[in-house]
Design a binder for this molecule. Structure first.
Ligand SMILES: *Cc1c(COP(=O)(O)O)cnc(C)c1O
Length: 366
């Protein structure tokens, strides 16, 4: 019999060594009246998506979904203007990114990561026993192409627009990395819809570029977990192998097909509104003497001192935003020693509530 004393020490002994330093993802999710903390679509989803979910038959949930989401790959290929053989899907783009890391690197290999950037990648690297080479962004918050290349990494991860800073990486830096990299270059374009520019054309120039996208942000499907990536057919085939079958569930696939079909104009309209409100929010912040970072995404990152405490106080006023501390104190992040708030963009009433909470928690207010 297994002794009942399965305490933490014992569990650590039997767990995979590379997992020891990993804890569960645990951002502050205490309920808030207004939630602008996770960059999801706070307008909702297209009516066509709601209809597709409501009209789904019970057979949709009692049968297995399509093995590798063939219909969804067709629709996504159409959306991006590439062949379906260049698309791989997954249970959120997190799943696609994790699968790609596993597909292209052996334990012990180096993965180059910009800093600050999407924190999940560091965790996926650790879970797959890779060695992260963390490379700070430049003072203008651009990719430091030469230092990334000098790591000689098996995988180089780039995020553009970058989460949490919000800006797009310069074309010159990204092209340099793609031209010179020894291994696979992953470009995470979770926020490409809000940027108006993307790096899809690089798929024509290199068969070692993988561009990941998600339906969690512009399309409002975060709860259904649909992500995907585009790359050369041989490249995406390896990711698909690593990912395994049945990863996009049947309801999610239906919703995603509706979002990309009859729901597409709804998504486009709300991207336009998000971009308008993003610029208006940045103006409001500047009017308060703050210096928001330039954003090409559906959020604005604004350096403030002691972001954790400020975020908590804003939550007490009913508004959740995402605080960041401990980012490299580079360029515009130097003045606050790497501390900032990331505010998601949504309907203007929500942003007004965030601005009110910001005012109510400013220094000198009780
Ligand atoms: C939100 C986000 C993702 C994850 O999206 P899912 O498809 O919901 O897993 C990936 N990359 C970046 C940069 C993100 O901000």
């Amino acid at each position: 019999m297994i002794p009942a004393r399965a305490d933490r020490e014992t569990a650590l002994e039997i767990a995979r060594a590379s997992y020891r330093g990993i804890s569960l993802y645990n951002p502050d999710r205490s309920p808030a009246r207004i939630d602008l903390s996770d960059n999801t679509n706070t307008w909702g989803v297209a009516p066509a998506v709601e209809a597709a979910l409501r009209e789904a038959s019970i057979a949709t949930v009692t049968r297995y979904p399509n093995l590798y989401a063939a219909a969804l790959k067709d629709a996504l290929g159409g959306y991006l203007g590439v062949g379906a053989d260049r698309i791989v899907t997954g249970c959120g783009s997190d799943d696609v990114l994790d699968s790609a890391i596993r597909a292209f690197a052996e334990p012990g290999d180096v993965i180059a990561l910009p800093d600050p950037s999407f924190a999940a990648i560091g965790i996926f690297a650790q879970m797959n026993a890779l060695r992260p080479a963390v490379v700070p962004l430049t003072a203008s918050l651009d990719l430091d192409a030469e230092t990334m290349l000098a790591t000689d990494a098996r995988i180089i991860y780039i995020c553009s627009p970058n989460n949490p800073t919000g800006g797009s990486m310069s074309r010159a830096a990204v092209e340099r990395v793609v031209e010179r990299a020894r291994g696979v270059v992953i470009i995470d374009e979770a926020y490409a819809e809000f940027a108006g520019v993307d790096f899809l054309d690089l798929l024509e120039r290199s068969d070692r570029v993988l561009i990941s996208r998600t339906m969690s942000k512009a399309f409002g499907l975060a709860g259904l977990r649909v992500g995907y990536a585009a790359g050369a057919p041989a490249l995406v085939a390896e990711v698909e192998k690593s990912r395994g079958p049945y990863k996009v569930n049947a309801l999610a696939e239906r919703a995603a097909l509706a979002a990309l079909g009859p729901g597409l104009s709804w998504a486009r309209e709300h991207v336009t509104q998000a971009v308008e409100n993003r610029e208006r929010l940045a103006d409001e912040l500047r009017g308060r003497g703050l210096e928001p970072l330039p954003s090409a995404a559906n959020f604005v990152c604004v350096p403030v001192a002691d972001a954790d405490a400020r975020g908590k106080r804003m939550r007490a006023h009913g508004v959740a935003v995402r605080p960041f501390e401990g980012m490299p104190a580079i360029g515009p992040l130097a003045a606050t020693n790497g501390s900032a708030l990331r505010i998601s963009v949504g309907p203007w009433e929500m942003i007004e509530a965030a601005l009110d909470a910001l005012d109510a928690t400013a220094e000198g207010t009780p």
